[in-house]
Design a protein around this ligand. Structure first.
Ligand code: ADP
Length: 265
């Protein structure tokens, strides 16, 4: 498979060249990931330019989650390279003690700590990972809670919030560490339909603010409106990388047509 490259580097503010001459935010080359004897990612090449948004789609089990988890350093991998802002990830799980992570991750299950308030959830990593004292940690947390419009619930516990509010807290929590990229793994799949929009709105705001993002999502409306490129994965491989107007209207691959015929029914 030839190298899948996203659109040209964003011009103006978004464009930056790194110490080693790289200008992509994320550069994945020849990535191979095995779970025991199961070959979950097969020779993945993918580049994401600064400030660009990639939507990953594909059938269940095709490797989407594994791919974002490799970029987020939540999975080890056995072959190839993943570079984020020019720095090679070694495929070894990080323990959170190495300072500010490159990536913020948001999952389908919000993964908030039930015994901590909204504010406590957001300040925890600031205090533990970045060693921030309580007062500035709270200030940062309130800033991002306000950004996702849940600041009025800062002193509540997760169980007292709707799913959409919990997911927005999870996004604020990730933003508190001021990551340079955001990775979303089916962030709206566990939500009641009427709560999906409030989370997509927050993601849209982030995208419009220039955040580099990889999103695994079935929300084709979001993909059409916000993705710079849509990627189809199947059986651990990248099948197609196309801008949304091509991906949805005139896909290059027959496999993409088959997939769309099922999801767009
Ligand atoms: P997707 O996100 O596209 O649904 P995943 O990345 O979750 O796919 O999974 C890809 C494949 O890897 C699936 O066959 C899944 O069963 C397998 N897999 C995922 N996580 C693990 C794991 N921790 N151990 C073993 N197999 C796994």
């Amino acid at each position: 498979m030839s190298k899948a490259t996203t659109s040209e580097i964003a011009s103006g503010e978004g464009e930056r060249t790194f110490a080693d001459g790289q200008s992509n935010a994320i550069e994945i080359a020849g990535l191979d990931k095995w779970y025991g004897k199961y070959h979950a990612l097969k020779n993945i090449d993918l580049s994401v330019a600064m400030g660009k948004r990639i939507v990953l789609c594909g059938p269940s089990g095709s490797g989407k989650s594994t791919l974002v988890r490799c970029v987020g350093q939540l999975e080890t991998f056995q072959g190839g390279t993943v570079r984020v802002f020019g720095k090679g990830l070694d495929g070894v799980r990080q323990d959170g003690s190495r300072g500010r992570p490159f990536a913020g991750m948001v999952f389908q299950q919000f993964n908030l700590f039930p015994h901590l308030t909204v504010l406590g959830n957001c300040t925890l990593a600031l205090k533990r990972v970045l060693r921030q004292p309580t007062a500035p940690a709270r200030e940062i947390a309130m800033h991002y809670l306000e950004k996702v419009k849940v600041h009025e619930h800062a002193h509540k516990y997760p169980a007292q919030l709707s799913g959409g509010q919990q997911q927005r807290v999870a996004i604020a929590r990730a933003l508190c560490l001021e990551p340079r990229i955001m990775l979303f793994d089916e962030p709206t799949s566990a939500l009641d339909p009427e709560l999906v929009k409030e989370v997509l709105d927050v993601m849209t705001d982030l995208a419009k603010g220039g955040m580099t993002m990889i999103c695994v999502t079935h929300e084709t409306g979001f993909a059409r409106a916000m993705a710079d490129e849509v990627v189809l994965m199947d059986e651990g491989r990248i099948i197609e990388v196309s801008p949304p107007h091509i991906f949805f209207a005139a896909p290059k691959q027959e496999r993409t047509r088959q997939f769309l015929a099922k999801v767009l029914q």
